[in-house]
Design a protein around this ligand. Structure first.
Ligand code: OGA
Ligand code: MN
Length: 222
């Protein structure tokens, strides 16, 4: 399968990602990263305390009440202090540069967080970016759960590109959050949601961003 670990396979994977992004705006693959990195990330996320995670927010602080109706996951941003987190960030950096080289997307930087969805947690249908209002361009989600079963909920549902904002659109993909699965999609085009999970669900979500110096919108506060 594809892995980012060996140069020629990396090249192949990047070509596939670039092709899919051009063709349909999203990319999905199983076993996308080396199993060893996947295992190390699983161990890392398990080693973190509950206190390390904080409830994820959307938008501004005063919207916090609304947040709880929209999403109930907990997040912790990755840093380069930890070697395993640093390795994931390094792989994503290679990916960012690979995509830029192929698609001239001008991806400028990136941000990634671990996410923990405890039993019952969900994230209602949303877009990660609104046209013209953010510098998040590509969403990248990587899953860290062994043996996910169809009846355990927690799937990522990816919907077709919105024509009119807020409009219901057909379901494109149903993604099980299985270890090694990678999902990449254009942040301002694909509405998506996380169905309520019936077991602890772990992932890394992140974004490649452009340097939108003309924009006057702040990113959501951390
Ligand atoms: C997000 C998100 C999807 C997932 O964090 O914005 O949509 O499958 N995550 O975890
Ligand atoms: Mn999202």
């Amino acid at each position: 399968m594809n892995t980012l670990s060996q140069p020629d396979q990396t090249t192949q994977l990047f070509d596939q990602i670039a092709d899919q992004l051009v063709e349909r705006g999203y990319f999905l693959a199983e076993k996308a990263l080396p199993a060893s990195l996947c295992l190390a990330l699983q161990q890392r996320i398990q080693a973190l305390d509950d206190e390390d995670f904080k409830r994820a927010g959307i938008g501004r602080e005063q919207e916090h009440q609304l947040n709880k109706r929209v999403r109930t996951d907990q997040i912790r941003w990755l840093t380069r202090q930890d070697p395993i987190e640093a390795e994931y960030l390094a792989q994503m950096e290679i990916l960012r540069l690979g995509i830029n080289r192929r698609l001239f997307m001008g991806l400028f930087d990136a941000e990634f967080h671990f996410a923990h969805y405890p039993e019952g947690a969900f994230y209602k249908r949303h877009l990660d970016a609104f046209r013209g209002n953010t510098n998040r361009v590509l969403s990248v989600v990587f899953y860290l759960n062994d043996d996910w079963q169809e009846d355990q909920g927690g799937e990522l549902l990816l919907y077709a590109e919105e024509q009119t904002p807020g409009e219901e659109t057909p379901l494109l993909k149903r993604v099980l959050p299985e270890s090694g699965t990678l999902a990449i999609f254009l942040s301002d085009q694909f509405p998506h949601e996380v169905l309520p999970t019936r077991r602890d669900r772990y992932s890394i979500a992140g974004w490649f961003r452009v340097n939108n110096t003309l924009g006057d919108q702040l990113d959501p506060p951390r």
